[in-house]
Design a protein around this ligand. Sequence first.
Ligand SMILES: Nc1ncnc2c1ncn2[C@@H]1O[C@H](COP(=O)(O)OP(=O)(O)O)[C@@H](O)[C@H]1O
Ligand SMILES: [Mg+2]
Length: 499
Amino acid sequence: MNKKHEITQEFLNNILESMEGGVLTVNTEGQITSFNHSAEEITGFSKEEALGKDCHDILRSEICKDACPLEETIKTGKPIYNYEIIIKSKSGEKVPVNITSSPLRDSSNKIFGTVENFRDLTKHKGLWGRLREEKNRAQRYLNIAGVTIVAINEKGITTLINRKGCEVLGYEEEEIIGKNWFDLVVPEELRQKRKQTFANVMAGETKEIEDYENLIVTKSGEERIVDWHNTTLTDEKGQIIGTLSSGEDITMRKQTEAELIRTEKLASLGQLAASVAHEVNNPIAGILVYVSLLLKKHKEQNIQTEATETQLLKMKKELERTARIITNLLDFSRQSEPNIRPIEVNATIEAALQLVEHQISLESIRLDKKLDPKLPLIRADFDKIQQVLINIILNATQAMSDGGTLTITTSAAEGIKIDSSIKDTVRIDITDTGIGIPEENISKLFTPFFTTKEKGKGVGLGLPMVHGIIEKHGGRIDVDSKPNQGTTFTLYLEVMDGK
Ligand SMILES: Nc1ncnc2c1ncn2[C@@H]1O[C@H](COP(=O)(O)OP(=O)(O)O)[C@@H](O)[C@H]1O
Ligand SMILES: [Mg+2]
């Protein structure tokens, strides 16, 4: 090597090392022959690791596999400017770079390799960098959301999902993005219908339903209930290009609602069981006496007397009563399916009273029924309304442990305001002369687990359950109470053919 050449080489090396962009040179075989400091920083590979390696093994870009800018330069002898590729750094990170490739020629103008210089676009303070920053920021916002956020394009392909969505569904982001949303997460039996609705919305034929509950299936095959809020996405011309939805996993809430009704039912059953057992025991004791009498007569062959007939009839009556009580209790304890049908309010009250009558008489409470015989029918779930009445009546009896009067009144009440509508209703007033409710407790009555009763007597789920059932029926419940004087619970239930 002569002196002049040495200076030139060193001079060149200095220039290369001081350059901000990554620079590497390759020979005609594609092997790396030089690698500057910036190239080390961008790729994460050291000079020692890179030298002599195939360029593809260091840049590791998917695009270069099919269309290698370097081969192109060597073949045509023409530079390629600003070719954008995504390389994979040594640590596996994807880095978008802008690459320019120019031929290297020897003194006889023969190409002996290429020089590649590339810039890390994420570091570049240009549009690319800003866009990427924006996207990262948006993704961060989406990721702290406690609900699923998902965007679907007009073909039903998922284009965005946040972290919560991945968690709920049990998939990695890569497993969801680019896939058909409906094929991936909608249960098979609902899929066709949902796809059709979506297609109609995309075609602008139907408006997207803004709020609905729907089932989804997670990766592990579990079904979850999600409450969705949707909005359609449009381009600058107003063309529909997809939907953006947020969804809240309400599976737990739904289960809790059902659980609440079950728990309260068990609690009131527990309270009822003792009194019903008592109630059933009396007629059975009576029947036993008659049976013994009849057995004695039978032995004496003295059986067909008038007295015998009277005794048998009494037994029959008592047995019928026992059977009725048991049937009613069993009906009440049964897990009934929702069953909305026309019902008579007075009959429902009588059925509820049959179960609590004994409790009422035990507490020496006088029962005053003022039932209007000409009430219109209401559309309701008999079992659920019965459960509501039992809870309110039991609360009333528990509030009158020193006795008192329980008054149950029914009447037709027209033009009652319920939420924002005016309805024709049947009104039920259940009034006690008990301890009353202090002003500050009135607002807490419908909160789950609010109770003033000792352990074993109350769990505080009765009125929340009552409220839930009445609300589901589109009805209304009012409370009026004066401490030490008594309480009235008023229910309004819409009549069947009301305005
Ligand atoms: N008729 C009533 N008179 C006085 N207090 C009442 C009456 N009804 C309800 N309450 C009050 O409301 C609370 C909540 O009632 P509820 O939800 O049925 O639960 P629980 O009966 O298990 O306590 C009761 O603990 C009681 O303090
Ligand atoms: Mg109660």
